[in-house]
Each structure stands twice: as structure tokens, then as C-alpha cells.
Design a protein around this ligand. Structure first.
Ligand code: CP
Length: 325
């Protein structure tokens, strides 16, 4: 058993991380070797927020396993969904999540759900309000396509990417992996950073997190990492540099942009502090804001390989769930 059950919403659903990574590499080596395992099964993909990679990689992964897919973009292609209980629905919302999720569940065998943090209602975000309601009413195996707190498929693809590079480079030492905050004009969720930290702290790497004052992540995700507000110190001798913006998490600043400081942008000059380090980002990224062209366009950039590995991550997770359906 690689997963603890038929849910994949965090690293806590992984029974054996190193075995899951090996399985991912096996799937990547022979993507069509299990092309019948999902025959006559349907993957439902519910998007409450936009996506490029997650949407396409999930469909490609399902098709590689012989599954059909149903995709719905809530609010633009479906009715506007009501999340609150006990309300008089005489406003904008047309369908309640109780019926909406139950109906989608009835049409599908496995469900993927993307539901970002609101960044305004911290209580609802910490409680994974949307994800948990879909799970409750759809009653189907659930895969998170990024929730309020985590992006586990991205983290799985990231760890696969690091493992591939480590093997290719015959790296003997424990890699130093740096998660660095990067500037961004808009308020973004903490999910990718939370999840990356949570997965790296379970992996055979040394994790360093660097961010400006006011941008501390929830300790629940970062405990065990070395954390510094000096980016230059963090980058010293790094093997992997993972850049990502996130908005403030702590206190009344929750969801706010406190700083737009391009001295935190990752440039080729900064990468020279690393040990011939590789650059990582989940994408999408704003060029010359989070990261400079001279890094993204260099051979140090792993961003396309990370995106390719999103198919591998989803296919491996779906395969594990299908094997136990
Ligand atoms: N990295 C990622 O999840 O990309 P999308 O938001 O485009 O799906």
C-alpha cells in the first residue's frame, strides 16, 4: 500500500514516501503499461479556480490509464454553487453544494477538486471548507488539485523532479533545498509553499526556508526546517532553489501583500551563490518579478520538467486508487 486509503489531499495520505517516488519513476518509464486499469471508470475534475497544468495533466494521466474524464468549471460553466448551510437561497447562488457534489459524485468514480484559499476567511480556509464539503457530499475517492492549504500533486511532482536530478548528477550528499519567498503584485495563497515544505520535511533533504519579515508560514507545515530572513544566506551552496510567492499568513495580516520588494527576485547573480543549483517553480510565474529571464531561460531551470512530472504524479496517484477500488 503506497497510500493510506483512497484519498490524496496531503503527504499524510502517503503510507511510504520513498516507495511512492519509486512507483512514480516506474510509471514515468512506462506510462502506457497500465492503460486498461481505468477502463470504464470516470475521473471527475471540479475546478472552482483557473488552471492550466493541473487541468491538462490530470486529463492526460487519466487517459494514460484508460479512464474517461468529466471536467466542470464551477460558476462559469455550471450553476453558481452555495456553500453555506441553512441559508435562504434567494440571491446569486442557484445550486447547493449538497446536491451539486452528490450529483457529480453519482457520475464519477474518482473526483479531483481545486478550491483555493479565499485569503479573506482564515477560519474557512484552515478548515478546508470547500474540499471537505465536496468530500462529504460526493462520497467518492478524492484527489486534491490544490486546496486552501496544500497542493500535494505539485509537491509530488517536485519531489520526483528532485529525485531524478539527484540520480542523474549522482549526488552523494544530502541535497540542500531552499524554498524562497519571491515578490508578486497580487495576494497568492500559501498552499504551494506549505505543501512543498511538508513534503520536503519527509524527504531525504535539508530544507531551508527564507522569506521577508511578516511572511512566516504556518508552523504546522514548516517545523523542522531552518528558517532565515536572509535570502543570501539561504542560497549559499543550495542544490535546489524553489521560488514562490505567498501572501501573509499570521494574525490580522492574513491574505495581505505586505511587501513588493524585487530585491527578492531570483536572478542569475543570486544563483551564483548556490552549488551549481537548479531553479524550480510550480508555474505560472511572472517573469522578471518572481524570477529573472536569465534564470528561467537557463539550463538550471527545471520548471518544464516539473510540469511534465505533474502527469506522472497524477497518474501514479490514480493508479494507486484504482488498484484499491
Ligand atoms: N502549478 C499548477 O498547479 O499550475 P496550474 O495552476 O496552471 O494548474
Amino acid at each position: 500500500m503506497l497510500l493510506n486509503g483512497s484519498t490524496f489531499t496531503s503527504v499524510h495520505d502517503v503510507a511510504n514516501l520513498s516507495a511512492l517516488i519509486e512507483e512514480g519513476l516506474r510509471v514515468k518509464a512506462a506510462p502506457l503499461a497500465w492503460s486498461n486499469i481505468g477502463r470504464h471508470k470516470t475521473l471527475g475534475l471540479i475546478f472552482f479556480n483557473p488552471s492550466l497544468r493541473t487541468r491538462l495533466s490530470s486529463q492526460r494521466a487519466a487517459w494514460n490509464l484508460g479512464m474517461n474524464t468529466l471536467v466542470v468549471n464551477v460558476g462559469t460553466e455550471s450553476w453558481k454553487i452555495e456553500m453555506r448551510d441553512g441559508v435562504v437561497m434567494d440571491g446569486e447562488t442557484v445550486e447547493h453544494i449538497k446536491e451539486g457534489a452528490a450529483v457529480i459524485g453519482a457520475y464519477t468514480d474518482i473526483l479531483g477538486v481545486r478550491a483555493f484559499a479565499t485569503l479573506t476567511d482564515k477560519h474557512a480556509d484552515i478548515g478546508e471548507n470547500v474540499l471537505s464539503k465536496v468530500q462529504q457530499y460526493a462520497c467518492k475517492p478524492l484527489v486534491s488539485l490544490e486546496s486552501a492549504l496544500r497542493h500535494p500533486l505539485q509537491s509530488f511532482a517536485d519531489i520526483l523532479t528532485i529525485e531524478e536530478v539527484r540520480r542523474e548528477q549522482r549526488m552523494k550528499h544530502r541535497p540542500k533545498v531552499v524554498l524562497t519567498w519571491a515578490p508578486h503584485p497580487k495576494a497568492l495563497p500559501q498552499a504551494v509553499a506549505n505543501s512543498f515544505a511538508e513534503w520536503m520535511l519527509r524527504a531525504d533533504v535539508d530544507l531551508v526556508i527564507t522569506h521577508p519579515e511578516g511572511y512566516a508560514l504556518d508552523e504546522a507545515f514548516t517545523q523542522g526546517a531552518y528558517i532565515t530572513q536572509c535570502q543570501d544566506e539561504a542560497l549559499e551552496c543550495a542544490d535546489f532553489v524553489y521560488a514562490k510567492n505567498w501572501s501573509a499568513f499570521q494574525g490580522n495580516d492574513y491574505g495581505k501583500v505586505l511587501l513588493y520588494d524585487t530585491s527578492w527576485t531570483i536572478t542569475a547573480e543570486k544563483m551564483r551563490r548556490t552549488r551549481n543549483g537548479k531553479f524550480m517553480h510550480c508555474l505560472p510565474t511572472r517573469r522578471n518579478v518572481e524570477v529573472a529571464d536569465d534564470v528561467l531561460d537557463s539550463s538550471a531551470s527545471l520548471v518544464i520538467r516539473q510540469a511534465e512530472n505533474r502527469v506522472v504524479a497524477m497518474q501514479t496517484v490514480l493508479k494507486c486508487i484504482l488498484e484499491n477500488l
